[in-house]
Design a protein around this ligand. Structure first.
Ligand code: SIN
Length: 332
């Protein structure tokens, strides 16, 4: 990738979500259909955009149009390819992605893990979203999109981040923790990366580093994989049993064999003894098991006799992605 001080383009890639949703009534903030409005329309509707563009040309591309609860591996791959393509152009300063809030943290982590480190150490990828539909009386999407443009054009910005309600979160930590409030995301113990105030970014800590020296799996290699390794998530709770894990291990017509299990344990990843025994059997049968916690904040701290790998601070949904990518890189 060539570096170019006169970079002049900012790409906004649309994937759908509530930011692109419409409802029958402007007073309805929840009874909407996600992924209805094209990204070009969202961008063109922004008042005062020129004030944050700093002379950049804003270009848009619709990569997908989905409610993010329906996010798929195919869309992730298409998105990663388009982001990598745009970032590699010398005249591009960064990429903004409009996305549903529901799985935004998973897409952010996936992109941070698979995009070539030399690209995301040089330029930003900013995911943004909305909790209210575009048709709402007082939608939050336009401000979030404006803030994302400001973040993407901040000198020195790099890595994959998320912007919502004036707050910038790093891909590694961002988590949706509220079902309704406009400020629906947190970075947990790490705290936010920055705030956006009237188009200015107030940085609280460093921009994210790449997760590793090289992407865990090359996007080109992911593209050759016909079916991604199947990794499921199970949870510990009062009265837990071996039943779910034992059922997941059973062959099922038309469903790929299980390759990995992420368990969201109680507290410091603790497990009901029946569930633990079932996970031990799964591991002995060749299924990779990763222990996480169902607590919204904090991380599993390994104990002297841990039988299962821990997620190194990743939430259950991000640990699942990390395990899928690790399985891909080992040829699963
Ligand atoms: C979605 O995740 O696509 C719908 C919900 C939202 O964006 O808030």
């Amino acid at each position: 990738m060539e570096s170019d001080q006169s970079a002049k383009k900012l790409w906004v890639l649309g994937t759908g979500g509530t930011i692109a949703a419409t409802a029958a009534s402007a007073s309805d903030n929840i009874g909407y259909t996600a992924a209805q409005v094209g990204v070009a329309t969202l961008v063109n509707a922004l008042p005062g955009l020129q004030s944050v563009l700093l002379g950049h040309e804003l270009c848009s591309e619709q990569v997908a149009q989905v409610d993010s609860k329906d996010m798929s591996f195919d869309i992730w791959l298409a998105l990663a390819k388009r982001v990598a393509h745009h970032l590699a152009q010398a005249d591009v300063s960064g990429v903004v992605i409009t996305h549903g809030t529901d799985t935004l943290e998973e897409t952010a982590y996936f992109l941070q893990a698979v995009l070539p480190p030399e690209l995301i150490l040089a330029k930003p990828v900013v995911l943004t979203c909305a909790m209210r539909p575009a048709s709402a009386l007082n939608p939050d999407g336009p401000q979030n999109l404006m803030d994302s443009v400001a973040v993407a054009l901040t000198p020195g910005a790099h890595g994959v981040v998320a912007v919502c309600a004036g707050t910038v979160h790093a891909a590694l930590e961002v988590q949706k923790t509220h079902t309704y409030k406009l400020d629906a995301f947190t970075s947990g113990d790490a705290g936010p990366l920055a705030y956006v105030e009237e188009g200015s970014v107030r940085l609280l800590r460093n921009w994210p580093l790449a997760l590793m020296d090289k992407a865990l799996v090359d996007i080109k290699d992911i593209a050759t994989i016909v079916a991604w390794p199947r990794v499921e998530i199970v949870m510990n709770y009062a009265g837990g049993s071996a039943g779910v894990v034992d059922a997941l291990l059973q062959p099922c017509p038309g469903v790929a064999a299980l390759r990995g299990l992420v368990v969201a344990g109680t507290g410091n990843g603790t497990l009901h003894h029946d569930l633990e025994a079932a996970l031990r059997r799964a591991q002995q049968a060749g299924v990779k098991v990763v222990r996480t916690t169902r607590c919204a904040t904090g991380r599993v701290l390994a104990t002297a006799h841990s039988e299962f790998a821990d997620s190194e601070g990743l939430s259950p949904v991000k640990a699942r992605i990390a395990l899928m990518l690790a399985l891909m890189s080992s040829g699963f």
